[in-house]
Design a protein around this ligand. Structure first.
Ligand SMILES: NC(=O)CC[C@H](N)C(=O)O
Length: 391
């Protein structure tokens, strides 16, 4: 594929800074929240992660597209980033698994990108000022008056307060069969779930029922689940009141619960803590996190712009009356809450991604922890039933 070099594009940030490069992928105008992601690999998983809906992603790795795109690695069936910003797209694809080029897929999915910009300068700007509303303008849009471009950016919606779950969630429940030893039905609330997560859950023996984001407590209880899981997802956790209320019902019903990322933020809220917006978020695949239970440091994958506001290093009473809670994991770069463990009810969650593809895999053990938590209860209930039968 030949690369057009004369087609100007501009990235405009809400603080007025402008970065001029070349159009890449689809052309036109796209607005969103500009964030940077530091992963050196895994751009295909980044692009297809529903948690990136509404965001213009700046890749700090300077060379993107080397391994092309395939049909095996996507985290969902489409590209979700609103816009894509890279220093230099690979001119050739070199991987035996590649089926298409990245350029082809950006065009096919209508994703507006920009290339040939100084991604280090953009990242430093986002780090200093914080994640900002932004726009990419290419094609005819590139020729607009800069003041008009900036006005479009500053009149766009900020990520704070946005509820984007309906945009990414399944509309109908679907079921994935369990592999290996069968543990029972797991209700997965799809707030933007990734394929890798579903894979790890079915591989742990769960028959996974992926349910729409507006499922009620009754909908969940109707499938008679052995446990409930809340997925990752885009948007501001402070705007997800309905899902928080449903989760409080799940916890009151005594069902085991595991949440990842958005799911961690919603467990935090259900337990009565607040959430807040981080200045520029964590997005990358080498973030160090301490597991307070074991004292081990895990290298983890992150993609979050919000975090739970809970005290680190002490056991506290859940402000919503669910017993004692501890922050189980925190980030070693900035002491942000990265995991919650309830001590009196069977519920825990992590802010980072144990399902991370293309890795790292340090925290895969969390899926085992969830399986073991559920298995101990399923087996206990089964032996209670046996005792009753024998009486
Ligand atoms: N990956 C996620 O689940 C992200 C959660 C939330 N939208 C955030 O940005 O913090």
């Amino acid at each position: 594929m030949t690369i057009e070099t004369t087609n100007t594009a501009v990235l405009v940030l809400e603080d007025g800074s402008r970065f001029t490069g070349q159009a890449w992928g689809a052309t036109g105008r796209v607005l969103g929240e500009a964030v940077f992601a530091t992963g050196m690999s895994g751009y295909q998983e980044t692009l297809t992660d529903p948690s990136y809906a509404g965001q213009i992603v700046v890749m700090t790795a300077p060379h993107i597209g080397n391994t092309g795109m395939n049909d095996e690695d996507p985290e969902s069936n489409r590209i979700w980033v609103s816009g894509f910003v890279v220093r230099e797209p690979s001119r050739v694809v070199s991987n035996f698994r590649a089926e298409r080029t990245l350029d082809d897929d950006l065009v096919a999915h209508g994703i507006i990108g920009i290339r040939g910009v100084d991604t280090r300068a953009i990242t430093r700007r986002l780090r200093d000022v914080g994640a900002m509303r932004a726009g990419i303008f290419s094609g005819e849009e590139a020729a607009l008056d800069p003041a008009e471009q900036l006005a479009a950016v500053t009149s766009s919606e900020s990520m704070a307060g946005q509820n984007l779950s309906a945009l990414v969630s399944t509309r109908e429940t679907y079921v994935l069969p369990a592999e290996g030893e069968q543990l029972g039905r797991l209700a997965v609330l799809d707030l933007g779930v990734k394929a890798s997560t579903l894979h790890y859950l079915t591989a742990r023996g769960f028959e996974v029922h992926v349910m729409p984001q507006d499922s009620t407590l009754d909908d969940i209880l109707a499938i008679d689940p052995v446990a409930v899981f809340y997925s990752n997802g885009p948007g501001d956790p402070a705007a997800a009141d309905d899902q928080v209320e449903v989760l409080q019902g799940v916890l009151r019903a005594g069902l085991p619960f595991f949440g990842i990322c958005f799911g961690n933020q919603l467990l935090g809220r259900a337990l009565g803590f607040g959430t807040y917006k981080l200045p520029f978020g964590h997005r990358g695949i080498n973030q160090p996190v301490l597991d307070q239970q074991t004292g081990r440091v895990e290298i983890t994958s992150h993609n979050h712009g919000f975090a739970v506001d809970a005290p680190i290093g002490e056991t506290v009473e859940s402000p919503a009356g669910f017993g004692r809670v501890e922050v189980s994991h925190f980030g070693l770069n900035d002491r942000v809450v990265e995991g919650l463990q309830a001590l009196d009810i069977p519920a825990f969650s992590v802010q980072y991604h144990p399902e991370a593809a293309s890795g790292p895999h340090d925290s895969n053990y969390l899926f085992d922890r969830f399986r073991d938590l559920v298995a101990s209860r399923v087996h206990r209930t089964a032996s209670d039933d046996d005792q009753k039968d024998n009486q």
